[in-house]
Design a protein. Structure first.
Length: 645
């Protein structure tokens, strides 16, 4: 679609050129006839760094008051893209402290930037930076006649565009897919395609006018929104709310989607007011689509810029209507997009009991990122997952191939989520299509069976095998038992921080074959299992359970599920009842697997309740392998049916 529109633009330009060359109209007449698109120059905050804006060339409006040492500027004349755009504009003399429009053009990174004092701004030195920019004041002109990307900063008039550059420009600056629009076709002359802010100004009107986002938005009235909503907030709306409140029954929430949800929204300066507004609309759509309530989903919002701040927690607004009203009132923080810091904050502070975390509902954090984060997310996300938070990433208008070099942490979204199969990460091409993500996202969030991201059945247990090495087993069968132990172990994700495996062999006596800390890879575990030597002797199962509790499970980590898998082929010589009770009491989930002469009643005593779920009887050793999937299945079913956080 975008390509079609662009191709059309290219041919319109070409036609226009042909007309010029053939001289059907004089240039003067032509200029009169061209209806130029009306642009609104986006305003940025003083702290926006050039590096956060992707365009090679752009026009922005700086506010007053950017002549402040806190807006760091690096270099002189040519500035590192790490500098404040508006600060650099003042330093270079293009603007004064009262603000105004400027044209910014990106240039190559330099091997050094020299600081200097100029026009009331002290710029700093910097050894080397990947990208630079220069500022010029031809903003007004350039803004009326937008430059063609790839050319110099000089404003380009339709007259100067050659057929070749026009085509080139349209080919090399293919933008993100454009929303359907009729308005762009009406404007002749080169379009500032590929320019984010212009794109917004040109196209947002039609997108909004389509009715999805705001009924109040009319073309040309964009700037009226914010004041409008403020007026509403301060005015008659609360009364209206009051009158409807008593009529509506309060919802308990959708019981099929019982999750504790945190949305981390991007409030960085570079996102801009309009896209921030779209983001809020997205949250409101989510709040509307979810039936929020104490028996269903609860939702809080954290906004991040340089630092994160909770807008409201899980217990602040417990129905969809209140939540939507609260979302409407969120104001943008500004700053960078430090998503990593925000994730750490959510792990440490947001999901606390005091903030309304229910414990029996999965914790879900949805991180929305405009472009890419300005800090690293991998480690923060890992901590979050290890403390039981399922992280979803929604990246909107992510880095293009060319921009990937600027991304702090390549592949950040894959590093943040626990599965790279796409379930936990959504990539949205344009802010204007974000609303299409509401349903797919909610489908995943509410699919609580699949929310096993942080702790899964496979990565969260300490599994202790207790293996009967009595004489009745025999050497051959003992090898089969070890195979069984190996086959079960293989299914788990094994590492120091994931599942760990230990083993005890017993007869009358007991010995520790290896503990949880002895091996940390799957290969090492499988080797260690192979090396277990058959002992041969009596069968004191009760004593073996006690021994396993002391020697294995005492060293289990508090955040691990403790699983004991006991395999025996006969009745115990000692009493299993008390040791089993102690095991259950200590939270060790015990599976009893009896082969051949094992006593079923004893298995049921050993097994955790319900016994039919935790005990298995196998008539002969050769059939043991058939129970591997069954044992695994029961372990995972139980895991998935329990609260995880
Ligand atoms: C990104 O991460 C995924 C999973 O971690 C990996 O399979 C892929 O190769 C990585 N891509 C790059 C470009 O590093
Ligand atoms: C273990 O797995 C191997 C390979 O899948 C299989 O051949 C063998 O029968 C299994 N043995 C047991 C006891 O599970």
């Amino acid at each position: 679609m975008g390509i079609v529109v662009l191709t059309m633009k290219a041919s319109v330009i070409e036609m226009f050129l042909v007309l010029l060359v053939t001289g059907i109209h004089s240039n003067k007449d032509m200029n009169k006839k061209i209806k130029r698109p009306k642009f609104t120059v986006p305003q940025i905050n003083c702290d926006v760094k050039a590096g956060k804006i992707i365009n090679p060339e752009f026009v922005v409006k700086c506010p007053a008051g950017c002549q402040d040492p806190k807006y760091h500027v690096y270099g002189t004349d040519i500035y590192a893209s790490y500098s404040s755009v508006c600060g650099a504009a003042i330093h270079s003399g293009v603007l004064d402290n009262s603000g105004g429009k400027i044209l910014v053009r990106k240039v190559a990174g330099q091997s050094g930037y020299k600081g200097s004092y100029s026009n009331g701004v002290q710029s700093l030195s910097l050894p080397r930076w990947r990208e630079s920019f220069v500022v010029s004041g031809e903003a007004t002109k350039a803004y009326q006649k937008p430059p063609v990307p790839g050319t110099t900063a000089q404003p380009v008039t339709p007259m100067q565009v050659t057929g070749a550059t026009a085509t080139e420009a349209t080919a090399t600056s293919l933008p993100k897919p454009s929303p359907s629009t009729g308005s762009t076709t009406s404007s002749l002359g080169p379009q500032p395609v590929g320019h984010r802010s212009w794109e917004l100004d040109l196209w947002s009107t039609s997108s909004y006018a389509s009715g999805h986002h705001s009924p109040r938005a009319n073309p040309g009235e964009m700037d009226l929104w914010q004041p409008g909503s403020v007026l509403l907030d301060a005015g008659f709306v609360p009364k209206e709310e009051l009158s409807t409140q008593s009529l509506e029954p309060v919802s308990q929430g959708d019981p099929n989607c019982k999750v504790d949800l945190s949305f981390l929204i991007d409030g960085s300066s570079s996102i801009g007011k309009r896209r921030f507004r779209i983001q809020k609309q997205f949250l409101a759509d989510v709040a509307q689509a979810l039936d929020i309530g104490p028996g269903g989903p609860l939702m809080g919002v954290v906004q991040y810029g340089d630092n994160p701040a909770a807008q409201f927690n899980l217990r602040t607004h417990v129905n969809s209507r209140d939540l939507k009203a609260a979302i409407e009132k969120i104001t943008q923080r500004g700053g960078l997009s430090n998503a990593g810091r925000a994730i750490s904050y959510v792990t440490k502070n947001f999901f606390s009991k005091a903030n309304g975390n229910r414990g029996a509902a999965p914790n879900v954090a949805v991180v929305i990122v405009d472009g890419w984060p300005t800090d690293k997310v991998e480690e923060a996300s890992r901590f979050a997952r290890e403390s039981g938070i399922n992280i979803f990433f929604i990246t909107v208008e992510g880095a293009t191939e060319n921009e990937k070099q600027y991304v702090t942490e390549p592949n950040f979204s894959n590093k943040a989520v626990c599965r790279t199969n796409g379930f936990y990460s959504l990539n949205v091409q344009s802010w204007f299509s974000l609303h299409k993500t509401v349903q797919p996202l909610l489908k995943r969030i509410c699919d609580t069976d699949r929310l096993a991201c942080s702790k899964t059945c496979w990565n969260s247990a300490d599994i202790g095998f207790v293996i009967d090495g009595s004489s009745s087993v025999g050497t051959g069968n003992f090898r089969t038992v070890l195979q069984f132990v190996a086959n079960i172990s293989k299914e788990f994700e094994i590492s120091e921080t994931d599942t760990r495996i230990g083993a005890v062999q017993y007869t009358y006596e007991q010995r520790l074959e290896f503990g949880f800390e002895d091996h940390s890879t799957k290969a090492d575990i499988l080797n260690a299992i192979k090396r277990v030597g058959y002992w041969s002797g009596g069968t004191s199962t009760g004593a073996a359970i006690n021994y396993a509790l002391e020697q294995l499970f005492k060293k289990s980590k508090p955040n691990k599920r403790k699983l004991m898998i006991l395999i025996t082929d006969g009745r115990s010589y000692d009493d299993v009842r008390i040791p089993s009770m102690v095991a259950h009491h200590k939270g060790v989930i015990t599976y009893a697997i009896g082969v051949a002469w094992a006593a079923q009643d004893e298995l049921e005593v050993i097994a955790t309740h319900p016994a039919n779920h935790h005990s298995f009887f196998v008539d002969e050793f050769d059939n043991l392998h058939k129970f591997v999937p069954k044992v695994i299945q029961n372990i995972c079913t139980e895991f998935n049916s329990q609260p995880r956080n």
